[in-house]
Design a protein around this ligand. Sequence first.
Ligand SMILES: NC(=O)c1ccc[n+]([C@@H]2O[C@H](COP(=O)([O-])OP(=O)(O)OC[C@H]3O[C@@H](n4cnc5c(N)ncnc54)[C@H](O)[C@@H]3O)[C@@H](O)[C@H]2O)c1
Ligand SMILES: [Zn+2]
Ligand SMILES: [Zn+2]
Length: 339
Amino acid sequence: MKALVLKSPGNLVLTEIPGLPPPPEGWALVRVRRIGVCGTDIHAYNGNQPFFSYPRILGHELGVEIVQVAENARGLNQGDLCSVEPYLNCGRCIACRRGKENCCTSLQVLGVHVDGGQREFLHVPTAKLHGSRRLSLDQLALVETLGIGAHAVNRAAVEAGETVLVIGAGPIGMAVIQFAAAAGARVIAMDVNKARLAFCRDTLGVEDTLNASESDVLADVQRLTDGDLPTAVFDATGNPQSMMGSFAFPAHGGRLVFVGLFQGDVTFSDPGFHKRELTLMGSRNARSEDFTRIIGLIESGTIDTTPWITHRAPFADVPTRFQEWVKPGAGVLKAMIDL
Ligand SMILES: NC(=O)c1ccc[n+]([C@@H]2O[C@H](COP(=O)([O-])OP(=O)(O)OC[C@H]3O[C@@H](n4cnc5c(N)ncnc54)[C@H](O)[C@@H]3O)[C@@H](O)[C@H]2O)c1
Ligand SMILES: [Zn+2]
Ligand SMILES: [Zn+2]
């Protein structure tokens, strides 16, 4: 079968790899039909993704079609279109035993720690396949990105009526925005990129957007909250300065959720942390139940992801097109690969 192999940073090649045997018990053989490209893939391509080894087949945002599956409790059949939950967990560790399989101690993410879906066929555990009769392949491939935002919003247990600040309006921040809004929160979005802030206003319906490079955003956030400050703050930038600066924004008694990540240390002033009695949370990946819920929300029209896709390419063109997509000025929000 054909696969896109990232041999080393910047060296993505279309090549032939051996075909797959029938799937092992509890797994299905799937044909990959759609692949979303994410910041993680771009970091891997650029050689700055932490804990990453080469060669690697990328691809963890997948819309697939089942080719072969034994009778199973999930009711999955040949021909079903599914989203893939790309987090392979051990099922035995302390996190798995406590229902936090998203942060399993030996988690293997498809396309990150093990080879992913940028190839024609893949074996996937049936427990990690989430089918829908109504979603398009594009929508199925977007469920994983949405899951990151849904999980972060669940971590903070966002409630209707509270004011939430989302810093960083990339695809991950946008997913946070959509689920915070779906939970009934009022959202303020902050970024340094005008085009992304415009997208938040025009497409996601966010009324208050702030450009962190243009004004005194703390004063702006205070003004927008009548001095209260937001009760939940999400940093989805992956930018250390932003993450360390984000401690200034939560209200007394509020929560700060780090959805973005970087390779390094975070420092903050303890008095500011203590006197506000802040809750600081990491948020990693998503839960299985998030996938089910998101598919339902897209089916019901509550979440609309169609405007996210800004770039598209057929499988064979990806080695060339990837070079364009990784350029900072390319304006990629979400690129989709068709096969
Ligand atoms: N929690 C998880 O499991 C998970 C999963 C996938 C990605 N991520 C992480 O989430 C982060 C965001 O991912 P993405 O794909 O949306 O990335 P992205 O680069 O597309 O978006 C980040 C946004 O942050 C903005 N930004 C950067 N510095 C800023 C600053 N100082 N102030 C305000 N805005 C700033 C950028 O302009 C950009 O719009 C990354 O760190 C990524 O690694 C986390
Ligand atoms: Zn991703
Ligand atoms: Zn585990």
